[in-house]
Ligand binder design. Structure first.
Ligand code: HEM
Ligand code: HEM
Length: 341
């Protein structure tokens, strides 16, 4: 297997025994290359990396319980008792795997959702325990009594009731499970999207917290919920004072109507034109002084696309503003001179 060399300037990966003379992407010389550790590749490795126990274990009850019901139906339709004994074995296997589904589900709950106490998880635990109980009752009724289905009596009806209950449980467990799986894949997408796979939550937190630009987020009611160090520096207001206050804290009085009108519109439309363009406005610092600010807007939405807040990335552009003003004045003075001459 050839070695993997990485250009420390542009990140280009070169596969060979030795690094290239010059990087074919950025032209840096070979001293800029470092040897990367051998990375496992191939099908077995990628299968290992993507294997998830919970979906596999969950598909035992989800697949086998409906199949058992189908086999029992075939037994009634054809009178062939081998379908009934196959159905019993399927129920047996499905029930035995439930503890594995529960354990792996609990593991995924903690791994992907940090064990957060959302009702969906308690519903799943309740349904899984009901499934296990019904499975055990069905097995104990049928165990050692191959004639159970053929014999008319209350035991047979309890058996059918258990099977019906199990069908409902697996249907709901699968339904809630697919909601959770969609959420997990959305979270994974967000983790990797446009950010490269090496970026992690600590990086994101550091970027937002330490950025020299002000990063401010407010909830739908316009109450400040995030105020980074850049905002503290630019506005001279510490985070503890800003959090929980209205955005009016930094908006000059004569700008507030326009701001809140625009705000109300984007709450309805879900889109802001300042996701693409920059908005330049006068802003006020904690000491009441004014400065020229320029910012763009990020609309914050939940999984369902509902707006949960708005973030602004803002910088102080007073210097540029002053420079432009001076240039405009000089230009005007030149024009005036020309027209006088
Ligand atoms: C017999 C019991 C259970 C069954 C049949 C079941 C079924 C399922 C199914 C079908 C999925 C979707 C898998 C996929 O398509 O990727 C799923 C996902 C999930 N379930 Fe369960 N579940 C059970 C118990 C539990 C329990 C007790 C919990 C935790 C409280 C749980 C938590 C989860 C989580 C967090 C996911 C998303 C996992 C991921 O995508 O990584 N499940 N479940
Ligand atoms: C620094 C003080 C601020 C001032 C002076 C200000 C002023 C304004 C003005 C004049 C508009 C109307 C723009 C137009 O009609 O084109 C506006 C719109 C808006 N502002 Fe502010 N704003 C400030 C801070 C913020 C912050 C920190 C946020 C978000 C956290 C924010 C969110 C919005 C939104 C979402 C709109 C509507 C944008 C659109 O129409 O697409 N503003 N603001």
């Amino acid at each position: 297997m050839s070695k993997r060399w990485k250009c420390t300037v542009c990140g280009y990966i070169h596969l060979d025994e030795a690094p290239p003379e010059n990087c074919p992407v950025c032209g840096s010389d070979r001293s800029m290359f470092i040897l990367l550790g051998a990375e496992k590749s191939g099908l077995p490795h990628s299968l290992m990396a993507t294997f998830k126990l919970h979906p596999v274990a969950a598909h035992f009850p989800n697949g086998l319980v409906p199949t058992a019901a189908f086999f029992l139906l075939l037994c009634f339709l054809t009178g062939n008792s081998s379908f009934e004994s196959a159905a019993f074995k399927l129920i047996l296997v499905a029930t035995m795997v439930v503890p594995v589904s529960v354990a792996s589900g609990l593991y995924d709950w903690h791994k992907h959702f940090g064990g957060r106490r959302y009702s969906i998880f308690f519903k799943k635990i309740g349904l899984a325990l009901t499934l296990l109980t019904l499975g055990l009752i069905a097995i104990s009724l049928r165990y050692g009594d191959p004639e159970l289905i053929a014999t008319v009596g209350w035991r047979r009806w309890i058996f059918f009731f258990c099977l019906l209950g199990m069908l409902n449980c697996v249907m709901l467990l699968g339904h809630y499970g697919s909601i959770l799986a969609t959420q997990v894949s959305a979270m994974n997408r967000t983790k990797g999207s446009n950010l490269g796979s090496s970026i992690n939550q600590d990086w994101l937190r550091a970027i937002v917290t330490l950025a020299p630009d002000a990063i401010i987020a407010a909830d739908t009611g316009g109450v400040i919920r995030l105020w980074n160090q850049g905002a503290e520096r630019i506005f001279g207001i510490v985070s503890g004072q800003a959090m929980g206050q209205s955005l009016d804290l930094i908006i000059p009085e004569n700008q507030r109507n326009r701001h809140w009108e625009g705000w109300a519109k984007v709450m309805l439309s879900g889109e802001s034109r300042y996701g693409q363009e920059l908005l330049r406005v006068p802003a006020i610092r904690g000491d009441g002084s004014r400065f020229s600010a320029e910012f763009s807007i990020v609309m914050l939405k939940d999984e369902a696309g509902k707006i949960t807040g708005v973030a602004a990335i803002l910088r102080d552009v007073s210097e540029q503003w002053e420079r432009e003003k001076r240039l405009r004045e000089q230009l005007q003075a030149c024009h005036d001179k020309e027209s006088m001459g």
